[in-house]
Structure formats: structure tokens, C-alpha cells
Design a protein around this ligand. Structure first.
Ligand SMILES: Nc1ncnc2c1ncn2[C@@H]1O[C@H](COP(=O)(O)OP(=O)(O)OP(=O)(O)O)[C@@H](O)[C@H]1O
Length: 285
């Protein structure tokens, strides 16, 4: 069986006002991966996500869900949306119920689950998201970061196989951003495939298994973080800068302080270990 959950073929999107947002997008989202989608403002990232959960229908091109061409009928869409969840960039455009518990219950109730099953899903999603203490709070009293967590919890309650998030850490303080990235790692370790949009190159470099670059409605790069985010020309063409860890590592190699044949570090700790293990010990006497 194929390990591709969702794939797009030559997807085009033209909005009714004439704006061309996608100009032939072909991507494949593989099971169990952590994928970061990076691109300039207006590149078409959110438009692509809306196509992936069929909130928009492509002008031309098609989408395959688990190998089958997506049909835009009720049962096909219900199947897709029970297995692929999207967390919107702005929680206020996603949250509408009066309390957190009601918000997170909404999806499972719509799936027709029993009261007990709904309660279990809500409990589990709130636990995973680290917000069980907010269960009975009115949503409109919550901080922005808390609302982000509620919007993630409400999608998790659907138990999706593929979780898609549009800029989940935008406007969050570093601690809250780190907690969300840790949560996404935990979910991935439990077998969930995660695709996120971010403008944060450092975040994408440290977290993702795969990077997709978009510019002007086109895919401009796709591959491992080490490969894609080390290419100076590609980065400049996409208005991105090299991740700091990679920049320091490359500079140390260029200056001859580190040998050529080392594994490329993805984290600060890995870079520090390479420096400690490969820097000649200075003689004191
Ligand atoms: N409903 C719409 N009607 C007309 N044009 C739209 C609509 N939504 C988006 N666009 C346009 O489509 C293009 C792609 O927008 P999109 O929001 O997908 O980009 P993005 O990569 O997500 O940008 P950002 O990083 O700023 O969120 C932009 O030119 C935008 O103005």
C-alpha cells in the first residue's frame, strides 16, 4: 500500500476576482512525516491548505486522498474531513461555541459518536493540548495563545490522520510557541502526519523532516531541511535566510575549524557537540 495520504496534481486556483493564487502545484504528503511549508506573503500557502481539505475546489488539476481522486460530494468530503484536520491561522475564525468543552465536542458530536465517546475524545484532546483546566471557560475570555490551543484541541478531537496547521506559532511568545511545537512532535510520535505553514525558518529547520517552498503560486523547492535550507540562491529567491545553526556550521567548516565530512546539525545541542568533539584541545603549557 502507498504511504502517500494526500497528493495534488497540477493544482491551479484562480479566485473570482481574477487573482491567480496557485499555478500548478504537485505535492505528495507522506504518512508519518513532519512537513513545513514555507513561502513569502501571498505565495498561495493558505490557498493550498484550503484545497487540501476541500474548502476550495481547484480551477483545474486534482487531489488524490489515499490514492483515490477526491470527489466533491457529501460522503467523499465527510471521509476526507474526518481524517484530515485544518487548524486555521486565526483562532477567532475557527472558534464559535460558548465554552471550550462545547467547542471541542462539536466535531465528535457531528461524527455521531455516543455521549461517552464524545466525552472521552474531549478529555483526551484537552489533555494532549495541555488545557484540561480551561474546559469550562468561555472561549471569548481566553488569551490568544489559549485560543490557539483550543483550536488545535478541537481538531484533535476528530482524531485526524493528517493534521494541517496554518502558522500555528505566529504571534505566540517563545514559551507558547515551543509548547505547540513539542505538542506537534508528540502527535507525530503517536503516528499523526503533520503539515504546517510557517514563516519561521529556524522553527522549520529544527522540526521538519521535509521542507516545501512556495513562491508566486508555484513550488520552488522540496526536500530535506539540510538540503533545501542550505542553498543560498534558492533561499534568496524565496526571500528566506539560512537557519542560524546551519550558517554557523557552514562558516566554521569554511574557516577550517570543523572538518568537511560531519553530519549536518539540526539543533543547537548537536552543533555544540560537534564543536566540542572536533575542536583541537589547546595546550596550556
Ligand atoms: N478570497 C480571495 N479572493 C481573492 N484573492 C485572494 C483570496 N484569498 C487569497 N487571495 C489572494 O491569493 C494570493 C495567495 O494568498 P494566500 O493567502 O494563499 O497566500 P499565503 O501564502 O497564505 O500568504 P500569507 O503568508 O501572507 O498568509 C494572494 O495574492 C491573495 O491576495
Amino acid at each position: 500500500m502507498s504511504d502517500i495520504i494526500l497528493e495534488t496534481h497540477n493544482l491551479h486556483c484562480q479566485y473570482p476576482d481574477g487573482t491567480v493564487a496557485l499555478q500548478g502545484i504537485s505535492i505528495a504528503i507522506k504518512k508519518d512525516k513532519k512537513i513545513a511549508l514555507l513561502g513569502t506573503n501571498g505565495a498561495g500557502k493558505s490557498t493550498l491548505l484550503l484545497h487540501l481539505i476541500a474548502l476550495l475546489k481547484p480551477t483545474c488539476g486534482n487531489i488524490l486522498f489515499k490514492g483515490k481522486e477526491l470527489q466533491y460530494n457529501r460522503s467523499s468530503l465527510a471521509t476526507l474531513r474526518s481524517q484530515v484536520g485544518l487548524v486555521f491561522q486565526d483562532p477567532d475564525s475557527q472558534l464559535f461555541a460558548p465554552s471550550v468543552r462545547q467547542e471541542v465536542s462539536f466535531g465528535p458530536i457531528n461524527l455521531g459518536l455516543s455521549e461517552k465517546q464524545v466525552a472521552e475524545r474531549v478529555f483526551r484532546s484537552l489533555e494532549l493540548s495541555g488545557i484540561p483546566h480551561l474546559a469550562d471557560k468561555p472561549v471569548h475570555f481566553l488569551s490568544y495563545g489559549q485560543k490557539k490551543l483550543v483550536s488545535i484541541a478541537s481538531v484533535l478531537a476528530m482524531n485526524p490522520e493528517l493534521l494541517i496547521l496554518d502558522e500555528p506559532t505566529a504571534s505566540l511568545d517563545p514559551q507558547n510557541a515551543m509548547e505547540i511545537m513539542n505538542l506537534l512532535n508528540t502527535l507525530n510520535q503517536k503516528g499523526m502526519t503533520v503539515l504546517l505553514v510557517t514563516h519561521n525558518v529556524e522553527e522549520a529547520y529544527g522540526w521538519a523532516d521535509e521542507i516545501i517552498l512556495m513562491n508566486n503560486g508555484l513550488i520552488t523547492g522540496q526536500g530535506t531541511p539540510e538540503n533545501i535550507l542550505s542553498q543560498d540562491e534558492l533561499l534568496a529567491g524565496n526571500h528566506l535566510t539560512k537557519p542560524l545553526i546551519l550558517d554557523i556550521f557552514n562558516s566554521l567548516q569554511l574557516a577550517g575549524h570543523l572538518p568537511e565530512n560531519l553530519p549536518v546539525p539540526r539543533t543547537r545541542e548537536a552543533l555544540m557537540a560537534l564543536i566540542q568533539n572536533n575542536t583541537p584541545v589547546k595546550r596550556i603549557i
